[in-house]
Design a protein around this ligand. Structure first.
Ligand code: BTN
Length: 255
């Protein structure tokens, strides 16, 4: 990964061939006092993790499977904002390298032509007051061909090369993601979340739409109004009550 244009992010890179999950490795490195910006990348994950205990399909040599370690001096409640900051950085990186327009589906899905192109998983080690380490996992479907996806994923996932019709440089993408992420991390630390929230909303498909949110406590349907400064989704139901959604899977409804 020559040509990295960052000061800290991705300056220490651990490249591995086959791992169970880059998240797990990054957590271990974090405990071993690895510096902020340490990036773990693997060619293949045997047990890639998605949100809500799902499996993240990570076949060898095709996508970008990476986990970035940050150490912001912030309370743990701020962690979800990093998923949104990362989403904005990835959208812009994909635009830089492939000129493809990616949309964001709250909280962490990046979609191209309505199919999943990237997933983000933010995990943390913290006490009640302070984050010790934040591990941002990014899984990008880059050079998979249709045959590389299991049958059940073909209707819901795609890769950049399928959509673009050519092979895409993974190292350029990693560099651009790190470049934008470092930039927005800096903006966030200096100016707070508001500038990023505005950008995020401009890329978000769900805002202003009629959605169904499936949470652990059941289903809610209504209009997605936007996100709060903490990255919480606001949904207005038919009675006009506004609900704060902290964690859910959302589906955009036809209504
Ligand atoms: C999701 O959409 O559910 C999040 C998927 C996150 C996948 C990435 S791939 C690199 C890192 N290592 C993992 O095990 N998961 C994340």
């Amino acid at each position: 990964l020559l040509g990295m244009e960052t000061k800290a992010l991705g300056r220490t890179i651990v490249v591995m061939d086959s791992v169970d999950s880059t998240q797990k490795i990054a957590h271990t490195l974090a405990q071993d006092k690895a510096p902020e910006g340490t990036l773990v990348i693997a060619e293949e994950q045997r047990a890639g993790r998605g949100r809500m205990a799902r499996v993240w399909h990570s076949p060898k040599g095709t996508g970008i499977w990476m986990s970035l370690l940050l150490r912001p001096s912030l309370p743990p409640q701020k962690a979800p904002q990093f998923t949104l900051i990362t989403a904005v950085a990835v959208v812009q990186a994909i635009w830089d390298v492939c000129q493809l327009d990616v949309e964001i589906k709250w909280p962490n899905d990046l979609l191209l032509n309505n199919k999943k192109i990237t997933g983000i998983l933010t995990e943390l080690q913290a006490d009640s007051e302070q984050i010790h380490s934040l591990i941002i996992g990014i899984g990008m479907n880059v050079n998979q061909e249709k045959k590389d996806f299991p049958e059940e994923l073909l209707s819901i996932a795609t890769s950049l090369s399928i959509e673009k019709g050519e092979k895409i440089s993974r190292s350029e993408l990693v560099q651009r993601v790190m470049y934008h992420l470092e930039r927005y991390y800096q903006i966030y630390l200096e100016k707070g979340f508001t500038p990023i929230k505005l950008l995020w909303e401009s890329y978000a498909v769900s805002i202003g739409k009629y959605i169904t949110a499936r949470t652990l406590n059941g289903e809610l349907t209504g209009v997605a109004l936007g996100i709060t400064d903490d990255g919480v989704l606001l949904l207005e139901d038919e009675k006009g009550t506004v609900h704060s959604i902290y964690s859910a899977d959302i589906e955009i409804s036809a209504k």
